[in-house]
Design a binder for this molecule. Sequence first.
Ligand code: PMP
Length: 365
Amino acid sequence: NNQESISNRVDALIRPEIRGLSAYKVQAAENLIKLDTMENPYHWPQGMVEEWLTILQNVELNRYPSPEAEELKQQLRRVMGVQDHYQLVLGNGSDELIQIIAMAVAGTKRGILAVEPSFVMYRLIAQVLGIPYAGVDLTEDFELDLEALLSKIETENPAVVFLAQPNNPTGNLFGEEKVRRVIENCSGLVVLDEAYLAFTESDLLHLLDDYDNLVIMRTLSKVGLAGLRLGVLIAQQEWSEQFNKVRLPYNISVLSQVSAVFALQHYDVLSQQTDLLRKHRSDLFKALTQFEQLKVWPSEANFLLIRAKQQSAAELHSQLKEHGILVKLLDGVHPLLENCLRINVSSESENAALLSALGKLLPAK
Ligand code: PMP
């Protein structure tokens, strides 16, 4: 029948590595407090929203966006303190930048390497592109296992190494010295992913001055602009020139460009929000450590990793959902994340709702 014939045709034509994959899954979140995807919970002040809407009125959707997004890049340079001699490459989220880098640099002969557990898109994009991927486990306390990592770099000879600092989902920093050792002992390109920069004191942009096999990746998603989808790669011109050949023309929409320029002109509003979230992080950390049934790891990002010590994390995940709260279940993702959940740091009221639900689900002994 028709159904069978199309399935056969698809099976015959879709590349086997794609057939074997599952699409990146986003949990349904309707009517739930979303603590699962590291969004900033805050909105803009009403006056700012009105000013933005006025700007949108003048956008010409019949025209292609500015191909180089120069005005946006200028604002990004200012906010991120990027020196003139470095170039920016923009992506539709840093996800797209990971894909651009993978397509431009890696291939079937020299693949991609990342630590595990870390951001899953490094591996997923490699798989989609048919690029060999090697993962190196972090230690039990989520530090870089430098010896194992350097030895794997030597045997695999990867074209690209992805390192997220702070790391997702573990929330910790690997430290400048260890990062330097990796870059120095790798003949491939090291991509330092600073997606959570706004929530940490660590800022390794200055390392670009010291190495020619390093690029820095950032995003506006975690500071309050997740809906815009805007990732930023900071690189020496020799690298950016090559990545721009792979980047699709007009990849940053006109709506994203004008909205991001506007938001960056009001960056103080976003900074106040991220500063507040940093404060909430330490309050939430303290509150969560009061639960004997939970292990809580310190975090330099806008999320906290916890482990359920006495019951199943999967069960706790669904019980929290019944209480209207959505978190990320990590059990099964990697052995080091056994029985773990990742929870976004959010507004005072959403954090309080989480703690109240946990109070009911994990009663004091
Ligand atoms: N890097 C890391 C480490 C992340 O955790 C994420 C989002 N979860 C990204 C990159 C992707 O961010 P975006 O595509 O929204 O810029």
